[in-house]
Write a protein that binds this ligand. Structure first.
Ligand SMILES: Nc1ncnc2c1ncn2[C@@H]1O[C@H](COP(=O)(O)OP(=O)(O)OP(=O)(O)O)[C@@H](O)[C@H]1O
Ligand SMILES: [Mg+2]
Length: 452
């Protein structure tokens, strides 16, 4: 879990020749980059909108919009992306033009693998340097446990994690099944100053009530039949570290009283002993139930609820972080393909769309399982709509998201229109019925809001 910390750089490659695209994809993936690909500029624009790309590598000559137009679009709309242009040997002029438009790097065809790696390395180093010197702001919060999430919703979660990690306060994590509650709790622990002490997850719903107390607090010799010697519980094991009480709603009222005592007095009693012992454990609890309702129904102690809910983190369902779906798909493809030492398959545009529009009742866990199955079962290198599970194949349009404000709807429409005219601002402003200046202002206002 810990070594996922290094975020892979994301490279978008655009080339109208499938062979070149495949070669770039294969070589760059083998170097550990996360690679996104597109055969034309307009699909590339869609990817740029949803994924935080670090480096764009684009062909120069392509049917439809060409590489220069893409360079221009990236320069006008994204500050934080490095661009590399691939040019055929007779068109060194193209390279000059590309540089003028702001493609900082170029690679002349034909090139070897080594030349490619060298050029990519240089481009990424220069990006890193720019980020460091503040020329562009690296704005994403890094995760130590491999939490993938660049959507606003997940960035807010990472933000709260950051705050939680800086304190010893009890945290209550809520969220539907499979949203990543356990991962979030690990992240808190490993970012806190308890990170070198144990993180002990306890599934409160999975341990029979009769056993839970001794599992939690340990027991002394002779405490009950079969207790031939004394044994430590989860709390002793977690000493100095954190305990994760998963499915906290499943604990009995009797157990809740004991947990309340731990929270109030920071002490526990081993089963069969009257002597209280101090423990130094940070408690993180999670539930996919609505604890307030359970409190109202008398199934969960109100005082315990308030003691647990000092800091709360609500992990959003996956369908509310649409922008993360593509990232997670890529992440899991990488993970499972490299586990199996398989080449990385890629999704067709339509298959990706179906995945993005699906409503993911099982959240990230469902996505993880589906990708694993697709990687294991795949026959060719391409995953198409018929390969997808049936519930997904028909999800090509979705219910409107009713939680967005007008500004968000507006910017999405603006970006869609821009993409439809390959980034041409004059054409877009004509369609939108506003002048170019207003359009540019709307785009930059929105950028400012996001980076604030
Ligand atoms: N943002 C994320 N990035 C990467 N992997 C994730 C993310 N969220 C969840 N996962 C992965 O998805 C799976 C489910 O996550 P986790 O077990 O944390 O969910 P949960 O909310 O505890 O689910 P449940 O309620 O079913 O116990 C895990 O394999 C986890 O590593
Ligand atoms: Mg869980």
């Amino acid at each position: 879990m810990m070594n996922k910390s290094k975020q892979k750089e994301k490279i978008l490659v655009i080339d109208d020749t499938p062979n070149t695209l495949e070669m770039l994809q294969r070589n760059l993936s083998s170097k550990g980059f996360q690679v996104f690909q597109s055969e034309n500029v307009s699909d590339a624009l869609g990817i740029l909108e949803t994924v935080n790309i670090d480096l764009v590598i684009t062909d120069y000559k392509m049917p439809g919009a060409n590489g220069i137009e893409l360079v221009r679009h990236v320069r006008e709309n994204y500050k934080d992306i490095e661009i590399m242009m691939i040019t055929g040997y007779p068109s060194i002029n193209g390279a000059v033009e590309a540089m003028k438009e702001g493609a900082e790097n170029y690679l002349a065809k034909p090139f070897t693998k080594e030349e490619l790696f060298e050029a990519v390395k240089t481009a990424l180093e220069s990006l890193k340097l720019k980020r460091k010197t503040g020329e562009v702001a690296g704005k994403l919060l890094p995760s130590v446990c491999g939490i993938i999430g660049e959507s606003k919703a997940m960035q807010a979660v990472l933000n709260t994690i950051e705050k939680a990690a800086a304190t010893d306060a009890t945290v209550l994590i809520t969220g539907d099944s499979g949203t990543g509650k356990e991962l979030v709790s690990r992240e808190i622990h490993y970012k806190s100053n308890r990170s070198t002490a144990p993180f002990v997850p306890v599934n409160c719903g999975g341990i029979p009530d009769g056993l839970l107390e001794s599992e939690m607090f340990g027991h002394v010799k002779g405490a009950f039949t079969g207790a031939t010697e004394s044994r430590a519980g989860f709390f002793q094991t977690a000493d100095g570290g954190s305990i994760f009480l998963d499915e906290i709603s499943e604990t009995s009222l009797a157990m809740q009283v004991k947990l309340l005592r731990v929270l109030q007095d920071k002490e526990i009693c081993m089963v069969g002993s009257r002597r209280a012992q101090k423990v130094n454990v940070r408690i993180i609890a999670a539930t996919n139930k609505d604890l307030e309702t359970l409190v109202r129904k008398g199934k969960f102690r109100e005082d315990l609820y308030y003691r647990l809910n000092v800091l709360s983190i609500g992990v959003p369902p996956l369908r509310e972080r649409e922008n993360d779906i593509i990232l997670l798909i890529n992440y899991f493809i990488d993970k499972f393909a490299s586990d199996l030492r398989e080449t990385k398959p890629y999704f067709t545009e339509k298959a990706l769309l179906a995945m993005r529009n699906y409503d993911w009742p099982g959240n990230v866990r469902e996505l993880e399982n589906i990708i694993q199955r697709l990687v294991v079962m795949k026959e060719g290198n391409e995953i198409t709509v018929p390969d997808l599970p049936s519930q997904m194949r028909f999800s090509t349009h979705r219910e409107p998201n009713l939680k967005r404000n007008l500004a968000e709807v507006e910017i999405e429409h603006i970006r869609n229109v821009l993409a439809s005219v390959n980034g041409n601002k004059s054409a877009a402003s004509e369609i939108l019925g506003i002048d170019r200046k207003t359009l540019r202002k709307k785009l930059s206002d929105f950028e400012d809001k996001v980076t604030d």
